[in-house]
Write a protein that binds this ligand. Structure first.
Ligand code: AMP
Length: 565
């Protein structure tokens, strides 16, 4: 396919990472570096600056975390950090911190998240004890730099992660100030999902002869097979249920479900078998004999689902396959093309379905851009959809049975019952029995699956990790309608927050004054230091955005757009 075979077989060991890191990666079930890791890790290890265009889902966190961890002395270094990672939100600070901690366990790296809304005292204590890597939001990092509690003298590496988001949130000046304070000789790494001119300007000012990496450059659209492609956006917690629903509605003859890691393959296979599907795991940790056995079961039809990693499924050709399901968004458009190439061969029909987490929405867009094909984001089938589909399948099965014309031996049953019941009633009872015998359905058969988890629910599920967080306001007139009870709500990002003196009433005033929305229709409002989030009815979102863009909030123009996940 588009990626040359030589790079396809690059392993983490080929990247010359230290043994503690290789062990951690094997322990996590990572089989091979993602494209961005393959491209970014060698120059970063060699001390180069880097400008990378990559969205969440590409594996960019490990791409910068591993080279950082490569330098941390075993058991941790001195008191001052050797790396600073700047991120736009506290959620990301926590996430990146956890990832660096996971990768750096064997190294003994000390990692600290620093973000607003968290008591400063515990941060001070941790800084005093000494840290190797600080992951911070720019505002709070600058606070600590100003107080002299975060010293940058020993810094060897600065990473700007999701730089476009940081600029959108008004952190441009803070970032400039921080970069100004970092040692001249250090390395600077900038990752951004988009590369607007503002990012380019920062790169030109602060990056020295950077290596440039752009995700998805190599994908050859000509190679994309013609299959029906769609995606569902669901929160991580709802993924197993969403997968079950998709499988029940699609009823594939045979499907391959792709996961990122070995561990995920094993876990998901177990979950699926527990729910009554016949699933088999296939990953790089299995020997040839085990793999042959699995493939044999799939070909013979004793297994209907193959749960696999990219590595294990490379080159796989199974005629029966009708569906490819991406349990996670693949780490590059090339990998997506590889995966969906398992179906739709030789003119056969194929279906590719991707389950994306809200934050991975952009990755879907990147895939669409490189494949030049649309991936329709669809609503997760509802319980009613599932039931309708199951009835349809029963009807189709009966139809087939009627055409087969081998029904005579059952005539006596119908005739006997017809003495007592109407033939229609007899038919209904027979259909009921047939339906119950064939309709699949897992544990979540009668549970609706939320399409996109509202971001606040996501925060809630991370409860306890995130500090106090931004102030919230209940919707005017109580919660009615705020959670989409009478229509879906959507969150808008407004690039002005507490620091600009913005209060909930300013936002309500601006929205009701400039658009046709009433105060009652506005949902929850969250105001953080640098930005605000406002829930409005989805159907009105574009009107509100247009109206707010044409007005000032607390005397200033602000960025207004849909929240990006
Ligand atoms: P990121 O784009 O950094 O947010 O990473 C997305 C997801 O991919 C995370 O869940 C990582 O744990 C996972 N991941 C990163 N690198 C790899 C890899 N080489 N193999 C498998 N999974 C990975």
């Amino acid at each position: 396919m588009s990626t040359p075979p030589a790079t396809e077989t690059t392993t983490f060991a080929d990247l010359a990472l230290r043994p503690e890191l290789l062990e951690a990666l094997t322990g996590l079930g990572y089989e091979e570096p993602t494209p961005i890791q393959r491209e970014a890790i060698p120059p970063l290890l060699a001390g180069r600056d880097l400008l990378g265009q990559a969205a969440t889902g590409t594996g960019k966190t490990a791409a910068f975390a591993l080279p950082i961890l490569q330098r941390v002395p075993l058991g941790g270094g001195g008191r001052e950090p050797l790396a600073l990672v700047l991120v736009p939100t506290r959620e990301l600070a926590v996430q990146v911190c956890e990832a660096v901690h996971r990768y750096g366990r064997g190294v003994g790296a000390r990692v600290l998240p620093i973000y607003g809304g968290q008591p400063i005292r515990s941060q001070l204590r941790a800084l005093e004890r000494g840290v190797d890597v600080v992951v911070a939001t720019p505002g709070r990092a600058l606070d600590h730099i100003g107080r002299g509690t975060l010293r940058l003298d020993k810094l060897e590496l600065v990473v700007l992660d999701e730089a476009d988001e940081m600029l959108d949130m008004g952190f441009a000046e803070d970032i400039e100030a921080i970069l100004h304070d970092t040692p001249e000789a250090g390395q600077t790494v900038l990752f951004s999902a988009t590369m607007p001119p503002r990012i380019d300007r920062i790169a030109r000012r602060h990056l020295r002869d950077p290596v440039r990496i752009q995700m998805g450059r190599e994908a050859a659209p000509g190679n994309v097979p013609l299959v029906r492609q769609s995606a569902y956006v669901v929160a991580r917690a709802h993924k197993p249920a969403a997968l079950g629903r998709v499988l029940d509605v699609e009823a594939p003859t045979a499907a391959i479900v792709f996961c990122r890691t070995r561990d995920e393959v094993d876990q998901l296979t177990e979950t699926l078998n527990g729910r009554g599907y016949r699933a088999e795991a296939l990953h790089g940790g299995m020997n040839q004999e085990q793999r042959d056995r699995v493939m044999g079961r799939l070909r013979a039809g004793t297994a209907e689902l193959l749960v696999a990693t990219d590595v294990a499924a490379r080159g796989l050709d199974v005629e029966q396959l009708t569906h490819v399901i991406n349990y996670d968004v693949p780490s590059s458009p090339e990998s997506y093309v590889h995966r969906i190439g398992r179906v739709g061969r030789a003119g056969r029909e194929g279906v590719a379905i991707t389950l994306a987490e809200p934050r991975e929405h952009r990755m879907l867009k990147a895939i669409e851009r490189t494949t030049k094909q649309r991936i329709a984001v669809e609503k997760v089938p509802t319980v009613a959809d599932l039931h309708a589909r199951q009835l349809e399948m029963t009807r189709a099965a009966l139809h087939e049975s009627l055409l087969e014309d081998e029904l005579d031996r059952f005539r006596v049953v119908v005739e006997t019952l017809a003495d007592e019941f109407d033939v229609m009633e007899v038919a209904l009872a027979a259909v009921k029995l047939a339906h119950e015998a064939t309709a699949t359905g897992g544990a979540d058969d009668d549970e609706e699956i939320p399409q996109v988890a509202p971001p606040k629910a996501e925060r809630g599920s991370q409860g306890g990790r995130g500090g106090s967080g931004p102030k919230r306001r209940s919707p005017a007139g109580g919660p009615a309608g705020a959670d989409g009870a009478d229509g879906a709500m959507t969150r808008l990002f407004v690039g002005a927050g507490r620091a600009a003196g913005v209060r909930p009433q300013d936002l309500v005033g601006a929205i009701t004054g400039e658009s046709s929305l009433s105060g009652r229709q506005i949902g929850a409002i969250e105001i953080s230091d640098r930005f605000s989030l406002v829930e409005v009815p989805e159907v009105m979102a574009e009107d509100v955005i247009k109206a707010l863009r044409g007005t000032k909030i607390r005397g200033k123009k602000a960025t207004v757009r849909r929240e990006r996940y």
